[in-house]
Design a protein around this ligand. Structure first.
Ligand code: PEP
Ligand code: MN
Length: 281
């Protein structure tokens, strides 16, 4: 169903007037977690000033500790969608942890008159949550960004995508986000962007890379370029169709993943960097 086993049927889709397939290219930048109205608006404004119409914004957060900020959930959706519409943002990638989050998102979009669209993200921690996979698969309104399980083989993660596709939703993007190894790592996870061509060869799915989560910090090489930039470029040169990356206007105040958030002022450089990598592909 996801184009394995030699199927040559065209795959890819259109959503909110944007094309997503193995030739398209989009950058989804923004907050790990929506932590204030002001920060969300600052991000949307910067994206729009840089000609970007796609964003990432977490409302439901899967935190390792129950005592950490869990996201504003459905409370933030009405104003978040209104703000996205105000700045011309066409698609927001947003993780869902439970099937009822999909209904909350749909209701908020309906109430606000669909100012924007949403791409439902399946996080690495839910990569084999089959009920959730079936739930995002049995609706066809929203595309799905499936993140590889950090401890799963490619085959296991592709089978998880089959759970989505077999329910009827073929609007799927496969995201590489690093894997956990027993070796320890100077980064949070081992970057697996060498698998971009593998997914593109084995399936017809567009492939996304997330450089923020495997690196986990703003550490820079001696050349002054942050590791997040280096690996983002590696993923894009390998043929990635999408980059998912975290920015924050004030990273030191972020309620989630502050250490890895790129400073909002560097957005134009980051975009230039990945666009050069895209040209090199
Ligand atoms: C995220 O993108 O906010 C996230 C939690 O990512 P992952 O599921 O890859 O850890
Ligand atoms: Mn994050």
């Amino acid at each position: 169903q996801i184009g394995r086993h030699g199927s040559l049927e065209p795959f890819g889709f259109e959503y909110q007037g944007l094309k997503f397939d193995q030739d398209s290219f989009h950058v989804f930048a923004g907050l790990c977690a929506v932590d204030s109205k002001e920060n969300a608006e600052t991000i949307f404004k910067a994206l729009s000033e840089n000609g970007v119409v796609t964003a990432r914004m977490g409302a439901y957060k899967p935190r390792t500790s129950p005592y950490d900020f869990q996201g504003f959930g459905k409370e933030c959706l009405p104003w978040l969608f209104e703000l996205a519409g105000k700045y011309g943002i066409k698609v927001i990638a947003m993780e869902v942890l439970s099937p009822h989050h999909i209904d909350e998102i749909r209701e908020a979009l309906e109430k606000t008159g669909h100012p924007t669209g949403v791409m439902l993200q399946i996080g690495t921690r839910n990569a084999q949550n089959f009920e959730l996979l079936r739930a995002v698969g049995s609706q066809t309104e929203f595309p799905v960004l499936y993140k590889r399980g950090m401890g799963l083989s490619i085959e296991e993660s592709l089978n998880a995508c089959e759970y989505i596709a077999s329910e009827g939703n073929h609007k799927i993007i496969f995201c590489l986000r690093g894997v956990r190894t027993h070796l320890g790592d100077p980064h949070r996870n081992l970057v697996d962007f060498g698998h971009v061509p593998v997914i593109k060869r084995q399936t017809r799915l567009p492939v996304c890379v997330d450089p923020s989560h495997p690196i986990g910090s703003r550490v820079a090489a001696p050349d002054g370029i942050k590791d997040i930039y280096h690996v983002a470029a590696q993923g894009v040169i390998a043929g990635a169709n999408m980059v998912l990356v975290e920015f924050h206007p004030k990273p030191e105040e972020a309620l989630c993943d502050g250490p890895q958030a790129l400073q909002l002022e560097e957005l134009p450089w980051f975009l230039e960097h990945v666009n050069l990598a895209r040209e090199a592909y």
